[in-house]
Design a protein around this ligand. Structure first.
Ligand code: FAD
Length: 537
């Protein structure tokens, strides 16, 4: 059955009044004199049914029945109200489709395309799109549309000399998409994840209600939605904390051959969080398992003119670790980093125990630093290496077991293999996460946990790192954690059974998650692509 017919059937079942105005646009009325246009344009459907993961391995993609291009939160509320009241199948917001496992899709339902494609879409009629970012300089916040890309939020803020303070490594992700997970990068140790930097949200719940929520107002919905995997409502506006924007960044990388020294230094640096302390503004790190030149797609920061051979550095089990830190400053050229900042950087570096000959330093504009991964994207795109399968695995590992993880995974399962992509590892402070949110961190009292991100691409080449090989290796890593009693949590989780989801959330949080689902999306129509709940008929 074609997508258009599927939708017609659905719509007829729902007793909606439908008028087909063309092969790719369906006009209908929800019975309350509200008109909608749903697109069944093949290019819209194809876009909605694919994502960054590209993990279907030749299997036909699961298609939604139609795509909806809203221009306002009212549009979204009307659609969801119709779905809720009249039994529409399922509705998923799609931010920028940078999920890995189809989380933003919904088989046979309607995908709400949150991005700005809405402006002048399908029927060729130019309409005003969703609201642009609005900055309140005095109050230090920006109001951003849920489908806004972070790069556009940044650009708008910079016009006022401001910038959000907590980031992801890559900025071509939507506000609603990252806030539905957590949004983490090297600033999280100090400012917390992006979900800890939101003052207020406008949300359309699974009943089609438009609700403003914050710490003070509709608190339960506010905390439910943050890290809520799209289960409780669609974020149409987020009020995000901003700070005066730095102008430039000193970016430093140093190498370690000893894992314990590397993690001890990382943990020291993140213990310096909070106001009024000399600290780096960003602390991350990555693992280098590859033999040969140090390089990875995340950035070509290790200059080709200055290559480093792992073999020349005397590694521990063939593995090197790179600590990556930055200090922000406001002067306009690298030459004018003032003496105070220089002294601060020097003092911090003196406290670290890296391989002395392995310091790599560069200075660049703040925006270029934040947008660093996009530059690599452009290079990979030029070589047809961006749109390839990405069997990524992101784990939060408790600090007390990170040594075991190193031995079992970096030096064990991955040891001496080419890794096919960067492996990030950096610690965060749990106290910067709000446990009332839906986001999941490792259970227990430990303050520090690590992100380990295996960001690998399945590119068919002579190394044989096919999708199946990397997927099997991911399963082996998960099995190793399980058998070794490493109580990690998946970040950007992907599970398919209720038992797995319940284990992921832990008993208490799972109960709360279910209660919140019953309150805010009782028919379970939202974000079915996460495969947590099935719609109630
Ligand atoms: P989508 O994939 O479109 O959607 C993700 C989920 O959120 C879906 O369930 C969807 O229904 C829901 N959703 C989307 N919009 C809304 C909304 N407005 N309201 C409610 N629910 C909504 N993550 C990090 O934390 N740190 C990183 O450094 C980082 N780097 C990345 C780099 C790359 C190259 C990629 C591909 C991903 C990276 N991620 C990172 C992961 C990323 O944050 C998540 O995959 C995120 O969901 C992607 O945002 P998106 O807009 O593409 O969301």
């Amino acid at each position: 059955m074609s997508a258009a017919n599927k939708l017609l059937l659905v719509v007829m079942c729902c007793r909606l009044i439908v008028t087909v105005v063309g092969p790719t646009v369906l006009d209908f009325n929800d019975g309350n004199n509200n008109d909608f246009q749903l697109s069944t344009n093949p290019s819209d459907l194809a876009r909605a049914s694919s994502d960054f993961g590209m993990l279907r391995g030749g299997v036909a993609p699961v298609e939604p029945a139609a795509v909806f291009h809203p221009t306002s939160d009212r549009d979204i509320a009307q659609l969801i109200r119709a779905a809720y009241q009249q039994g529409f199948p399922a509705v998923s917001a799609r931010g920028h489709g940078h999920s890995i496992n189809g989380q933003a899709n919904t088989a046979g339902g309607v995908v709400i395309e949150m991005s700005r494609l809405a402006e002048g879409h399908a029927d060729g009629v130019r309409r005003e799109g969703p609201p642009r970012p609005r900055i309140a300089e005095e109050m230090r916040y920006v109001d951003a549309w849920g489908g806004e890309l972070w790069i556009d939020v940044l650009r708008a803020c910079l016009e006022h000399g401001l910038a959000p303070r907590s980031w992801t490594d890559y900025l071509y992700l939507s506000v609603g998409g990252t806030l539905s997970n957590a949004g983490i990068s090297g600033q999280a140790f100090n400012h917390g994840p992006q979900i800890s930097n939101v003052h207020e949200l406008d949300v359309v719940t699974g009943k089609g209600e438009m609700v403003k929520c914050s710490e003070e107002e509709n608190q339960e919905l506010f905390h439910a939605v943050l890290g809520g995997l799209g289960q409780f409502g669609i974020i149409t506006r987020a009020r995000i904390a901003v700070e005066p924007a730095p102008q430039r960044v000193r970016w430093i990388r140093v190498l370690y051959s000893n894992f314990s020294t590397f993690t001890r230094d990382q943990e020291h640096l993140i213990s310096l969080h909070g106001d009024g302390r000399n600290k780096f503004d960003y602390v991350e790190g990555f693992v280098i398992v590859d033999e040969g030149l140090i390089n990875n797609w995340r950035s070509s920061f290790f200059s080709p003119r200055n290559p480093v051979k792992i073999s020349s550095l005397g590694t521990d089990g063939g593995v090197l670790y790179c600590l990556e830190v930055t200090k922000n400053y406001r002067e306009s050229t690298a030459d004018t980093v003032d003496q105070v900042k220089k002294n601060e950087i020097e003092a911090l570096m003196k406290e670290l125990d890296f391989i002395p000959a392995s310091v790599f330093t560069t200075d660049l504009p703040y925006v270029d630093f934040l947008d660093r991964v996009h530059k690599v994207e452009l290079k990979l795109r030029a070589k047809n290496l961006w749109e390839v399968p990405h069997p990524w695995l992101n784990l939060f590992v408790p600090k007390s077991r990170i040594d075991d993880f190193d031995k079992g995974v970096f030096k064990g399962i991955l040891g001496n293999n080419r890794t096919s992509g960067p492996i990030l590892i950096y610690p965060m402070n749990k106290s910067k996460w709000d446990d009332r949110s839906s986001a999941v961190t490792p259970e227990g009292d430990e303050e520090v946990f690590y992100l380990v991100a295996l960001l690998r691409s399945a590119v068919e080449d002579s190394s044989g790192k096919t999708l199946e090989y990397l997927s099997n290796q991911n399963r082996e890593i998960l099995r190793f954690c399980d058998e070794s009693g490493i109580k990690m949590k998946q970040y950007l989780p992907h599970y398919t059974t209720e038992r797995e989801w319940a284990a992921h959330f832990g008993e208490e949080k799972w109960d709360r998650f279910n209660q919140r689902k019953t309150s805010f999306d009782p028919r379970r129509i939202l974000a079915t692509g996460q495969r947590i709940f099935k719609p109630v008929p």
